[in-house]
Design a protein around this ligand. Structure first.
Ligand SMILES: [Zn+2]
Length: 422
């Protein structure tokens, strides 16, 4: 029987830290209230004293607990899995994250009344959304334990939204806990002031063996497939599961890994750029189509089928505004989905050139893509380590450029030309 932390692959240190904090939080709920403020001042002071010190659990209740946390780590390391597991442990009626009680269960299935999850769909989280959230999070927990706000991709907060959040974190309502997820604590990802009020839970890129193990144990995937997928996904648990289960995901990956072979001239480089962009667009369109349609239908139903008269004219204007808002949100989500799809392709491509470098240097390291290892070996002979490194850098530059809002087609065309020329 595994508890709520069972899905956190290869993160023993982080899990130990979170277990200790959950135990402290439970002790805090049991402890008699000693100050009129409800004890949060003590909690805060204690938390700051022990920040960054994962030593043995102190005797004071609350010492391992604090009201704001940042989960950092590379994509796929399980930031949001860790945040949800910790939320479940805080809401667990046994205070441990048993995985079976109503508190654990409703938190993990997303139906707990005191746990709010923000998953940004567009390119950023807006200020209005954040203000509403902060307001609701200030109310007393209905279940008597904690009010919890989980913000996935906190690096996508707008500056104004970040400020609204900061205010709440600086003056935390009693019993409210903020769990943020971000790639790192770099100021580009999370503001220095927010960072300074949070405890950081660093997650590692899980080793392929640990990822393969969880695919076999939890998802019932055959060991050889699990091993291949874990290596190909480069430590990204969700991606590994998709590769193991979804034939279309495997086909997309095959097409990406065929790129180095296709680059025989300028025309071929532009063709390769076009197909990469179109594949990302198609993948993104498929992933958002269903929810877009459902949202449109729901809104149309809510607005009714129009009408006549003075009141109806006003209602129509309101309806047009709501439709426009929805379209804006959907467009933003589509753009995000396209970028994510393109980024996955670039990570696969980077893995190929990384393999070529490893082979050129005869380093005793396993290849990322076992199925294109011979192709990477041929590349290693042709380009040597330096030429392979230049190509890897071209891929990484393309990733950085799209992240910095360069038009994807322009960035990808530049990359393909660099890959062809070397
Ligand atoms: Zn439980």
């Amino acid at each position: 029987m595994t508890d709520v932390f069972g899905d956190l692959v290869g993160q023993d240190e982080a899990v130990a830290m979170l277990r200790r904090a959950a135990a402290s939080a439970a002790a805090l709920l049991r402890a008699p209230v000693t100050s009129p403020a409800g004890g949060y001042d003590d909690l805060d002071a204690l938390a700051e004293e022990h920040d960054g010190d994962p030593g043995p659990a102190p005797a004071d209740p609350g010492a391992g607990m604090t009201h704001a946390w940042i989960f950092t780590g590379p994509p796929g390391s399980g930031r949001s899995v860790a945040a949800r597991a910790f939320a479940a442990a805080l809401e667990c009626v046994h205070g441990t994250g048993c995985g079976t009680c109503p508190g654990c269960h409703t938190t993990l299935t997303g139906t707990h009344a005191d746990v709010r999850l923000v998953v940004p769909e567009g390119l950023s989280i807006g200020v209005n959304e954040m203000r509403a959230l902060v307001l609701r999070a200030a109310s007393a927990p209905s279940g008597g334990r904690w009010q919890i706000v989980i913000i996935e991709d906190a690096d996508r907060l707008t500056e104004a939204a970040g400020n609204a959040l900061l205010k709440a974190i600086e003056e935390p309502p009693p019993r409210t806990v903020f769990l943020l997820c971000a790639p790192s604590t770099h100021p580009d990802d999370i503001s220095v002031t927010i960072r300074s009020r949070c405890r950081v839970v660093p997650l590692r890129q899980p080793p392929p063996a640990a990822v393969a193990e969880v695919l076999v144990r939890r998802d019932g995937i055959a060991p050889d497939v699990a091993e291949w997928a874990a290596a190909a996904a480069q430590g990204h648990v969700g991606r590994a599961r998709r590769l193991a289960r979804d034939p279309e995901a495997r086909q997309r990956r095959d097409a990406v890994l065929a790129v180095p072979r296709r680059l025989t001239g300028v025309g071929a480089a532009f063709d390769a750029a076009s197909s990469l962009i179109e594949a990302a667009e198609a993948e993104a369109a498929a992933s958002v189509a269903e929810i877009d349609e459902a949202e449109r239908t729901a809104l149309q139903t809510a607005l009714g089928a129009g009408g006549t008269g003075r009141g109806a004219a006003g209602a129509m204007r309101g309806a047009a505004g709501q439709l426009k808002d929805l379209e804006k949100r959907q467009k933003s989500r589509a753009t995000r989905a396209q970028r994510d799809a393109l980024d996955r392709a670039l990570v696969d491509l980077a893995g190929f050139y990384r393999d070529a470098i490893v082979m050129a240097l005869r380093a005793p390291v396993a290849p990322v893509h076992t199925d294109t290892a011979s192709l990477a070996g041929a590349g290693a002979q042709k380009w040597d380590a330096e030429g392979s490194l230049r190509r890897l850098e071209a891929v990484l530059e393309c990733r950085a450029a799209t992240e910095a809002n360069v038009k994807p087609r322009i960035a990808v065309e530049a990359m393909m030309l660099a890959l062809w020329r070397g």
